[in-house]
Ligand binder design. Sequence first.
Ligand code: FVH
Length: 282
Amino acid sequence: MTKDNTDTPVTVVGLGAMGKALAAAFLKAGHPTTVWNRTAGKADDLVANGAVQAATVEDAITASPLVVVCLLDYPTLHKVLGGAATTLTGRTLVNLTNGTPGQARETATWAAGTGADYLDGGIMAVPPMIGQPGSLVLYSGPRPAFDQHSGALGSLGSAQHVGTDPGLASLYDLALLTAMYGQFAGVSHALAMVGPEHAEALTALLPSWLIATAPLSATAGDDDDSPSDMQAVAIANITAASTEQGVHPDLLRHLLIPLRDLLGARAAGQELDALIDQVRTG
Ligand code: FVH
């Protein structure tokens, strides 16, 4: 198996905000880069920087042993690649389109039928981060395919293989997004609590607070310094203060009340696995 070097040609299919950032990062790393997009004009800047624009998806795929696809969703991927399936034989298809673990596994089965190696990926970055420190892309699928192309894939950011089950990268991606959206929802509730008058002051306090507390999130901050019963009281106070401030408590009911119950269960001596089971079953 020959591992990638910067001479390895790469094809990028899909030039939305993310696809353009991916292609630009491959170009910057020195990879001969071929691109294709439904709306051809989106390739202009990349072509000006040395990319080759293919006239058809088939031409794009046959230009490179490594084909990276980043489209709106999986139905779009199958629509775009479906007619070009035979050209995938012997190549590695890396799909960075966001979707479910089930969609990833189905697509892996489809790709196997074309004779391609298939890696599914989850991009834990926004387009300006691609190729920069802090960019992380998760991959799952056959380890040899990942090892062969980890050099080229490393152009996008830190490349992490999370398992051979093709659905795992998507599962981890969506789980991490769930954590992020939980945080976003909490912040929106916090801003509602303080109201427009104090929104600017609170916004200034948020980043350092969220960064400082991030390491505690996997255990819900439950330790000897912040015992569960103390936190349960704080959560009750948050709920009461929200009502005092005229903020609808629905978000808290859905996010914090189950958390309070979990903390209470832990205080009663239940193990973490049992607590996670409670969340799973509601
Ligand atoms: N942008 C982000 O912040 C996130 C970061 C994490 C990963 N996501 C996922 O990446 C996929 C692509 O996202 P995107 O930001 O590039 O999305 P768009 O800018 O909307 O580009 C969509 C591309 O899909 C093409 N496309 C859409 N429909 C069709 C179709 N029917 N036939 C052919 N191509 C289609 C579209 O083409 P065009 O509109 O330019 O012609 C773009 O290439 C996505 O899964 C995110 O969840 C991004």
